[in-house]
Write a protein that binds this ligand. Structure first.
Ligand code: IMP
Length: 418
């Protein structure tokens, strides 16, 4: 069974703990896009693990963990993450890195910083990990690939061309020689992990293994289908799993969407259900809504069924996994946005073409809160009736069933529903 797991919102839906849970049954976990902009948190017996590049499956002994060709990899960050894992006695013998993944260079971060400053009030609010400029180089066909780190001549030539290009547009104080030395050293350290991961995944598929494709960020941050230009630079939707790993779409058996019981967003951009007042603060504090990569507070708001239905459509979702329901435990009333009002009209479908997001007003349906602590429950039948109603409402307006519910950060607390 080959399963893709994606976020249905603007990232931070709790995908990591879901992937960690599903990885119990997986032979391989594969990342297919993004880079160290992702911050995937898993809590095991009170100990917190934050993954940026290494797939969450690494916590499961024997599970192959594959970093696919669709990522942009900062080798320094990857090595640091690997060192931290080793210091926690996590073995890396099942880690594989695609020779075709692109490399984040030190000047990519600098360029991103300058670009953001230039944008002024149209800033995107990026994670400053060099992700955008690394994907720019990839698309412009002058990028450096992980495999290039293993060949001094090729790396030197590509680096020369790449740096000269950027130095034409920006004043950059980087020494080509120093970078070459450092990145060859990275290559030496990563050599034993570097391989043709597309071939590896194909072999696993042929052997009938279970593969889990771990999405990063979320549907609304997708470069093509998100709230452009306030998006990341990769294909975060399920289709990205094929491009970012080198397998055909017919090998994907199911697509699961992870949805938080409310909505959050880090960085700038449209967010119709954002709550600016007291309830927004409650969600932020109870949900510990601070970025795992940047520490930035996340903007919080109600669940938005317009974007949920959109995510179901563009990802071809089969089922949902709902996370962080317990964060809503203390609220008297809970709202779900079912449509937007825009220039006097009711908009039910995601307004993809729209530039006037600021003018979209959410249309809410209000439900009674359950006002009971659900964070330690372990069966659906024990959920308060009103919480069950909330779940049923999400299924009805999303049009697909909820398969699992996760109630607190511990990996054991995932409840099977459908
Ligand atoms: P970038 O990916 O660093 O270029 O950032 C582009 C946008 O995506 C910004 O709004 C970021 O806050 C957002 N973003 C990138 N990665 C994540 C993530 O893992 N979770 C949530 N938001 C993210």
């Amino acid at each position: 069974m080959n399963t893709v797991v994606v976020g249905t919102q603007w990232g931070d839906e709790g995908k990591a703990r879901v992937v960690d849970f599903l990885a119990q049954e997986a032979d391989a976990v594969v990342r297919f896009q993004g880079g160290s902009n992702a911050g995937h948190t898993v809590v095991v017996n009170g100990e917190k693990f934050i993954f940026h590049l290494v797939p969450c499956g690494i916590l499961h002994l024997g599970t192959k963990c594959i970093i696919g060709n669709g990522l942009v990899v900062d080798p320094g960050e990857l090595l640091m993450e690997m060192k931290t894992l080793q210091s926690k006695k996590i073995t890396l013998k099942n880690l594989y890195l695609s020779s075709g993944a692109h490399v984040v260079m030190p000047y990519h971060r600098k360029i991103e910083e300058r670009e953001e400053n230039r944008r002024g009030r149209r800033k995107i609010g990026t994670t400053k990990r060099g992700i955008g400029p690394a994907y720019v180089d990839k698309t412009a066909r002058r990028g450096i690939k992980i495999g290039d780190l293993l060949n001094k001549e090729i790396l030197a030539e590509k680096l020369k061309m790449n740096l000269a290009f950027w130095k034409n547009s920006y004043e950059l104080d980087f020494s080509e020689e120093d970078i070459l030395k450092q990145y060859l050293e990275y290559g030496r350290k990563l050599r034993k992990y570097i391989t043709d991961t597309s071939l590896l995944i194909h072999r696993l598929i042929e052997e009938g293994k279970n593969i889990l494709f771990e999405g990063a960020q979320g549907t609304l941050l997708d470069i093509d289908h998100g709230t452009y230009p306030f998006v990341t630079s990769s294909s975060t939707i399920a289709a990205g799993a094929c491009i970012g790993t080198g397998i055909g779409p017919r090998y994907i058996d199911e697509v699961l969407g992870v949805t938080k019981a409310y909505t959050t967003r880090v960085g700038k951009g449209p967010f119709p259900t954002e709550i600016k007042g007291e309830i927004g603060k409650i969600l932020k504090e109870r949900g510990k809504e601070y970025g795992a990569t940047t520490g930035r507070p996340r903007r919080c708001g109600w669940l938005d069924a317009v974007i949920l239905r959109y995510a179901v459509r563009v990802n071809g979702l089969d089922e949902l996994i709902l996370t962080k329901l317990d964060v809503l435990d203390t609220l008297d009333k809970i709202k779900i946005c079912t449509a937007y009002k825009y220039k006097g009209k009711t908009v039910k479908n995601f307004p993809f073409q729209l530039n006037g997001w600021e003018e979209c007003q959410p249309v809410y349906e209000e439900m009674e809160g359950w006002k009971e602590n659900t964070s330690r429950l372990s069966a659906y039948k024990d959920l308060p009736y009103r919480a069950q109603l909330y779940l049923r409402k999400i299924e009805a307006i999303g049009g697909i069933p909820i398969r699992y519910l996760s109630l607190n950060p511990e990996r054991t607390n995932i409840i099977k529903i459908s």
